[in-house]
Design a binder for this molecule. Structure first.
Ligand SMILES: C[S@@+](CC[C@H](N)C(=O)[O-])C[C@H]1O[C@@H](n2cnc3c(N)ncnc32)[C@H](O)[C@@H]1O
Length: 287
């Protein structure tokens, strides 16, 4: 039998009209994920995150204030206080602020293990960052950290405005958020094609704690900071190569971990890699 060169076109009838995309789920806050977050703290992903942020921050602090400066630091959403305690060990006067009792309890537990001098330099307070103007006056801090908080809020503006107000002239504001410009990477590399496609069109996603969360795009965040008179001085990516590691991935041996961190460190400051990192770290400076 000879087949016709051109097969007759078959009309495909859609049995149902196309459904509209489901509306984005707004962030519900961090509290339902607190225990899961605490359980993951020693794992590879969190170690990479904290180590990268530490290196990037120390570089900016050294350049801005010099190695011997003793700063007034506010860590908003300090959580378990990894950065707050690290900075207090370096001699800075640190206030940690967090609304979640479970997180503050974890921070207090770790603080109790520090030397008496370090303990004397740290205060941990319950409260939300948006309300910080109720407890602290304008220009009260030289360094304000806001790490891993914005993704749990419906929008970044109100919190950043409150933080900008308490930042002293010459001070630094360090903001770590989920990178909206690289949002398709995590689902895409995991083979979640529907998730990857959805990530191109919106900033809402479900995070590894299973919580509905929100990512920030760098240009938008930078514009907001500029409007608040805290223009971005430097920006970095955090977790380019290890974002897909399993939640319980253990730390590799010391030399391998050092090499891994060096690779992440280089990627986090080099285009185009840093543009696709899981997290973006913006350091803004008040003139
Ligand atoms: C993912 S943890 C990050 C902890 C720590 N900053 C870090 O990077 O390791 C997010 C923290 O933000 C806190 N948080 C959530 N909403 C907040 C708000 N409106 N103001 C201050 N902290 C908030 C949570 O209670 C939680 O401790």
């Amino acid at each position: 039998m000879v087949l016709p060169a051109v097969l007759p076109v078959q009309r495909v009838v859609q049995p149902y009209p196309t459904l509209p995309p489901s509306p984005p789920v707004p962030p519900i806050g961090f509290a339902p994920g607190a225990q899961a977050w605490l359980a993951k703290l020693g794992g590879l992903r969190n170690v990479v995150r904290q180590e990268l942020v530490s290196r990037q921050l120390d570089e900016q602090l050294g350049a801005r204030f010099g190695a011997d400066a003793r700063l007034r630091v506010l860590d908003v959403g300090c959580g378990q206080a990894t950065q707050a305690l690290r900075l207090a060990r370096r001699g800075h006067q640190v206030t940690g602020l967090d609304p979640d009792p479970a997180m503050l309890a974890a921070a207090r537990q770790d603080l109790a293990l520090e030397s008496a001098e370090v303990q004397a330099r740290v205060q941990l307070l319950p409260g939300s960052g948006e309300d910080c103007g109720r407890w602290f006056g304008p220009a009260a801090f030289d360094l304000v950290l806001c790490h891993g908080v914005l993704m749990y809020l419906p929008e970044p503006g109100p919190l950043l405005a409150a933080l900008a107000r308490i930042l002293a002239p010459g001070g630094l504001l360090s903001v770590l958020s989920r990178n909206g410009d690289g949002l398709a990477m995590r689902p895409g590399l995991a083979g979640d094609w529907a998730g990857a496609v959805a990530a191109f069109d919106g900033d809402d996603y479900t995070n590894r704690l299973g919580l509905p969360t929100r990512a920030d795009r760098r240009e938008t965040l930078a514009r907001t900071l500029a409007e608040l008179d805290v223009p971005v001085l430097a920006w970095f990516g955090v977790r380019v190569f290890t974002d897909l590691a399993a939640d319980d991935a253990p730390l590799p041996a010391e030399t391998e971990l050092a090499a891994l961190l060096e690779a992440e460190h280089r990627a986090g400051r080099t285009d185009p890699y840093r543009q696709l990192a899981a997290l973006i770290h913006l350091v803004g400076a008040r003139p």
